[in-house]
Ligand binder design. Sequence first.
Ligand SMILES: Nc1ncnc2c1ncn2[C@@H]1O[C@H](COP(=O)(O)OP(=O)(O)OP(=O)(O)O)[C@@H](O)[C@H]1O
Length: 358
Amino acid sequence: MSASGTPGGMVRLEGVERSYGPLRAVDGLSLTVERGEVMALLGPSGCGKTTTLRLIAGFERPDSGEISVSGETVAAPGRFVPPEKRRIGMVFQDYALFPHVNVAKNVAYGLRANGKKARGRVEEVLSLARLDGLGERMPHELSGGQQQRVALARALAPEPEVLLLDEPFSNLDAALRVKVRREMREILAEAGATTVFVTHDQEEALSLADRVAVMFDGRAAQVGDPESLYHAPATREVAAFVGEANFLPASVGEGVARCALGEFPAEGLAEGEGEVMVRPEDLSLVEGDGGSPATVLGREFFGYGQFVKVRLADGEVATCRASGRLRLGRGDRVSVAVSGRAAVFASPSARAGSTLPE
Ligand SMILES: Nc1ncnc2c1ncn2[C@@H]1O[C@H](COP(=O)(O)OP(=O)(O)OP(=O)(O)O)[C@@H](O)[C@H]1O
């Protein structure tokens, strides 16, 4: 990686737009990725994540706006640096390995150094990607996780300034994903690579990225570290997309929001209808009368915990996360209290949101 300073970020998008016919796939996107940072682009299908990655790589040209990589403008009105000149490594969703050459040759592809130096770098990067001793294997002789690491090693071999990963775990089964995710995190940290990866899986984004950009309709709705996105979502849409959430109807007035679980500060919100958002793990089932009365509707047990669905006094349904040891059945009377954070959002017509501290 280059040691030069990069004021303004390692990757910078400023008001970038890209349309396909009448469809605005990327709609005025501004985003900065710092050196060495792992940034996730998270959002539902069709929100423009892959198009953003392709714009950074140079496989697409923006209709307007500017993109810079390591301080150099690579796309702007009247300027376009082609992909091979951007010092960017890309790992495609299907890995795109060359099937007829072995792992070492796959990794050596793209290295412009002389044979000896290239061999040294191939070994170095195979070791970085936990592929020691597998250089002679053919791609079809590898597991899915190993194939992914070959693609990663190939992208890292020429020491790119920036690494781009498109849905890096989508080809792996659920059991393998968590393991591969951990390995990937370690490899990226060791490589010190500035990384942008695309995913529609919130758990993947929160667990792997230093910061996450949540995208809807070609725009970044919120960019932040995983904790603040999860606990202090800027909008209802972000709250709903980034994890499980209860939304309870509330009436807002005099700086508070009143819902079936009590009153919550709602400074700055206009009087009228609103919603209180509480994550299931911030709702506790408490003994006696310590909370609001509720009736158990059902539960979903997953070993180390369970989701308990309850009906509150006003008829609203909420989900609480409880210890897996708690034995509850349908119809049981319980008491529910907010034990963590809550956020209050205005009704969709008013749209401004306010997030409350713990
Ligand atoms: N080459 C193209 N021609 C026409 N429309 C396109 C093209 N590429 C993307 N689109 C459209 O642009 C929008 C954004 O696509 P994009 O692939 O960036 O979304 P995404 O967030 O990556 O979605 P997914 O998670 O499904 O891959 C979609 O509506 C898509 O159909």
